[in-house]
Ligand binder design. Sequence first.
Ligand code: SF4
Length: 584
Amino acid sequence: MERIANEKVLYERHAGGDIRVCVVYPNMYRLGMANLGFQAVYHIFESERRVAADRAFLPDPDEREAIRAGSAKLVSFERGDPLTDFDIVAFSISFETDYLNVLTFLRMAGIPLRRAEREGRNYPLIIAGGSAVFLNPEPIADFIDMFLIGEGEEMVPEFAAAYEESCGRTPDGRARLEDLARVEGAYVPEYFTPVYDDAGRITQVDYRGALDSRVNRRLIKDLDRFTTASLILTQESVFGDMYLVEASRGCQWGCRFCAAGFMYRPIRYRSPEKLIAEARHGLSERSVIGLVGAEMASVPGVAEVATAVADEGGRLSPSSLKADCISPALATALARNGNRSVTVAPEAGSERMRKVINKNLTEIEILSAAQMLVAGGVENLKLYFMIGLPEEHDEDVIEIAHLTGKILERAREQKKHVGRVTVSLNPFVPKPWTPFQWDPMEDTQSIKHKVALLRAELGRMSGGSIELDAESPREAYFQTLVSRGDRRVGSILERLSAAGIEDPGAIWHELRTIKSEVARGEGDALPDPDFFVTRHYGNNEILPWDFIDHHIHKWFLLSERKKAHYEHQTKPCDVTRCTVCGAC
Ligand code: SF4
């Protein structure tokens, strides 16, 4: 109740129709309310005249304890209703690591986890969408009745209309599912049965639906037709001091590790006019406008947007900037009105590795961007790097330290007292629909060795003036498991959720236990987690997510991977004339 009282809703609400939908963010409130995708899908459902929408979140840890102990119940956020009272429970899932939370949430809501256990009983229809789902929904395929694959702006209203029509036609859940499967982008996992060989690889997928067995992921053509910006503000959100505006979907650069650069193809931008209008609207609520998207320096008109925001006394906070696209005008506008920290993502330390990943970015460009930002008034630089990338050697890791040292030196030439330089280091996690989808995550011991190497080199060079913030390879291991896993990973998630395991350290421990059990031939037929994490997938293998049609040729992804091995780069997208990957 207190949370509702502290929210400010920025749109007109309507009374709501007969279809009761609870939109669930499978993580805590402060994270869910910072997620534009969740806010957008909730608003789409709420705007439907047929629907009465509510929200729900994974309870905070103390509430979870109370629910597990039986002294509290999981209820919806606004009306306080049990989840079993809804017609539809709709998960909005942006991060695959939240798949485990989906199971925890269902368990706490008193809803049987497995689709088969709900069959013929009066439970809500469980659906799921969101960016994690349209990369690879398989790890939770046994728990969800239907997925909506792709962007929701057009698909969700079509789904709501189909649901209403089907309810008028039949009370039978199975027949209703058949009706809903006709919505373009709908994926009903029950209709698909993977077949495995003795080695555990998928050899075929049997389809017993009535339609095409390829699921067409949905995209909207023109972003300007829809507003994707903060709709409900609360200080409790992790971005509580910001008004968020989505600037683009996708990315023109085609970095070979990056899912956003492939799954949202072709790149689409909001127009500068629309961005300025949304930013001005946001400035009446917050002084900081968070610009959201994969890469913000190449958004057309971004310097004008930053200047317009600065002229009105606010400041623009872009999610990430590609160094060579930062113009002096953008650097100056960003530094006005107190923007003291900017994030730049060289991703790799050596020129060679930046070619492997197709970063299209030279050291000279990185250094001149740092110079420009510091000259413009930015004090703190955060530098994103990855570790454990395909083709990477120890020397490439040491180059991260050398590049960071040069950046610091260049910054000090501009200004004697530079603030903080932070190296944010993330282990490479192979993602579906990228050229590196076939590659494994590097062994955790090897990652630890590389982090230690880098830490020592940074310490030696900078005397402690550069901070290193390294993500745990154990967390990356779990992320890879749910990113690259097939349906059988669902049993692992089920075991973790049954034991109430949520902490990354405890998850890692349990996964090691499962691995030992599998090696001894014990346990309850769980798969070996390493099969999905540290194994090279074969070029001709059927991948768990192959049934989704992202309109990208597989041969294109393979050719990009080959180019990575030869350290050849590919030019950025030119959507006006290129047709090479199949998306345009
Ligand atoms: S067809 Fe060309 S321009 Fe279009 S998304 Fe693919 S690579 Fe980019």
